[in-house]
Design a protein around this ligand. Structure first.
Ligand SMILES: Nc1ncnc2c1ncn2[C@@H]1O[C@H](COP(=O)(O)OP(=O)(O)OP(=O)(O)O)[C@@H](O)[C@H]1O
Ligand SMILES: [Mg+2]
Length: 559
């Protein structure tokens, strides 16, 4: 009997539909000034609303057995639905409880032995001293079903998005113009724009550009459309730990798959961390100074440091030295030579890789802003440059979704069509029709400020309240936000493991696809998809961050 199993608690949350709709909402968006694409989206939302009402009604009449705790039936009795489209690949209600315990125990052991770990909040020094206070990263016990066609689609989009963002980053005026109103009300974005404007003034060229990106998607349950949540250009997290979760799931299924009716080969291999490391090392090569180092910019306390260390152990994999520095340390310890070389403690920096600097809290004083400016002025390759950072803002995502904007940056019509197909409805708060509809039916929208790191978006009734407040105040603060169509993925049962405790939940998933892009002038050296991140969270949770405590790491099972 394994000691870990005794603490196994199978918490069960009742199925509650977070998207409950009141049937008397009948507001509609006036359509006369809409484009065909927008009309299509509006229709989608309307159809979506109708279907959700039906779904909510049918779920309210589910028999009690559908939310019963685990039954101790034989493992052989597990029903699998491998050929289904987005349906669960196993039925946790008939899965043998002993089998779950074994899987949990083995999963916890595997995580501890293979570095699928994060700093433990309960241990004070866990965010600063490696090896002190580690706990397994929250993970899903089994992979989540995902249709193979959508998986391929997401992979094929990666190089197109990489190229798009690179081109957007070169159009300084587009970035400045698109964000000009946001600048007036959002101090953080304003500071980034100031640095960007200074670089434009001195005509600073970034000849070598490195993007380590991640495009996040949800699969909308009703329309079966793969819709983009957002595109991350700064500090795309979990390339390290996501690979480990894929390995963990392949490992568990190679042992227990036969009992579960699941085949480990259907969990795609995930080489995100190796591919990101290769791209970093190739960027270092392009800089062409064999004594230069890669500088990882980090937060002073980082409980997700192991994910970063998996990537930054470049000395072992590529013979490239790295150093970890906070923005404040960079301000105190670095200098800029006349030729633009960035020096930190006497060593030249070839690549600056930011795993910090994406949130206002990363800049508690002017010292951090000085560091950001100094890095930007230097000849080091910035991952990301401030232009890439701005190109990844939610406002730019919304601008790119406007008619004829993609055409400014891409020539290939097929590429443009593919990108557009994955755009959800996105609106500026200047769009009075969208705002009116969101006030009437806030559950169909998400309101987003220009922030990264999770926990900043506004959902549900808060959307209505905030929109009404902004309308009443009549200030320019509305330029700080965008409105986005809310996506509703399929709800599936899942076992989510946190702190050694397994919770059986109704969950939804979000697929992130990593992409690396490296270019030196006209030469594209790397432009590829680099593995994936699946994040799964309780269906009633709005936000999705793993580090922020909303989601767990997962992998996918192709169906
Ligand atoms: N349109 C949407 N429909 C449904 N859920 C959404 C939508 N937009 C965001 N979310 C949820 O909120 C989470 C955070 O949203 P988003 O990625 O836009 O913010 P972020 O702060 O940039 O997050 P991250 O730290 O992952 O980059 C997502 O992971 C997702 O779970
Ligand atoms: Mg983000």
């Amino acid at each position: 009997m394994c000691s870990g199993c005794s603490s196994l608690s199978l918490a069960l949350s009742l199925f509650t539909n977070s998207h409950t709709l009141s049937s008397d909402r009948g507001g509609s968006i006036p359509v006369e000034i809409r484009t065909a694409v927008e009309l299509q989206r509006i229709n989608l939302i309307h159809r979506h609303l109708a279907r959700l009402s039906e779904a909510a009604m049918s779920q309210s009449s589910l028999p009690a057995s559908s939310i019963a705790p685990l039954k101790c039936s034989r493992a052989d009795g597990i029903h699998t639905q491998e050929e289904t489209d987005g349906n669960p690949i196993y039925d946790p209600h008939v899965i043998d409880a002993k089998m779950v315990q074994k899987l949990v125990y083995d999963g916890l052991v595997w995580s501890s032995l293979h570095g699928l770990v994060v700093g433990d909040r309960a241990v004070q020094r866990s965010g600063t001293v490696p090896g002190v206070g580690m706990v397994h990263a929250p993970f899903s016990l089994l992979p989540m079903a995902f249709p193979e066609g959508h998986w391929k689609q997401a992979g094929e989009l990666a190089p197109i998005f990489n190229e798009l963002i690179d081109r957007v980053s070169l159009d300084g005026q587009f970035l400045q113009d698109s964000l000009s109103r946001t600048k007036r009300v959002d101090e953080f974005t304003s500071r980034l724009l100031d640095i960007h404007a200074r670089m434009m003034e001195i005509n600073k060229k970034e000849e070598i550009r490195l993007g380590l990106n991640r495009s996040d998607y949800m699969l909308d349950a009703q329309t079966k459309l793969l819709l983009q949540i957002e595109f991350n250009t700064i500090s795309s997290s979990f390339p390290g730990l996501s690979c480990l979760v894929s390995k963990l799931h392949r490992n568990l299924l190679s042992h227990y798959g036969i009992h579960l009716g699941l085949d480990y080969v259907k969990v795609p291999k995930n080489a995100a961390v190796d591919q990101f490391a290769d791209a970093l090392a190739k960027a270092w090569c392009e800089y062409n100074n064999s004594r230069a180092i890669v500088m990882i910019v980090v937060q002073p306390e980082e409980r997700n440091m192991y994910d970063q260390h998996w990537l930054s152990a470049l000395y072992n994999t590529h013979g490239v030295a790295t150093v970890r520095k906070t923005l404040a340390e960079i301000d105190g310890e670095s200098e800029l030579l006349a030729d633009g070389t960035l020096i930190i403690n006497g060593e030249a920096v070839a690549v600056v890789y930011l795993r910090a600097g994406y949130a206002p809290t990363d800049y508690p004083s002017e010292s951090e802003w000085r560091a950001r400016l100094l890095m930007e002025q230097s000849s080091a390759i910035k991952c990301p440059s401030v232009a890439y950072h701005l190109a990844g803002t939610k406002k730019i995502q919304q601008e790119l979704a406007k008619p004829n904007v993609l055409e400014r940056f891409l020539n290939d019509k097929d590429d443009i069509d593919r990108l557009r197909k994955c755009f959800a409805g996105l609106w500026s708060l200047d769009d009075s029709d969208a705002v009116r509809d969101a006030i009437e039916r806030p559950e169909l929208y998400v309101m987003k400020p220009q922030r990264e790191g999770g926990g900043n978006n506004i959902y549900g009734d808060d959307v209505r309240e905030n929109l009404l407040r902004l309308q009443n105040e009549g200030t320019e603060e509305n330029a700080a936000y965008i409105l986005m169509q809310r996506i509703f993925p399929t709800v599936s049962p899942a076992f989510l493991i946190r702190q050694g405790i397994c919770h059986k939940e109704h969950a939804i998933s979000e697929l992130g696809v990593y992409g690396a892009y490296l270019r030196n002038k006209e030469r594209v050296i790397v432009n590829e998809q680099c593995g994936y991140l699946m994040r799964t969270k309780v269906s009633t949770s709005n936000e999705g961050g793993v580090a922020a405590g909303f989601a767990v790491l997962d992998s996918l099972y192709l169906t």
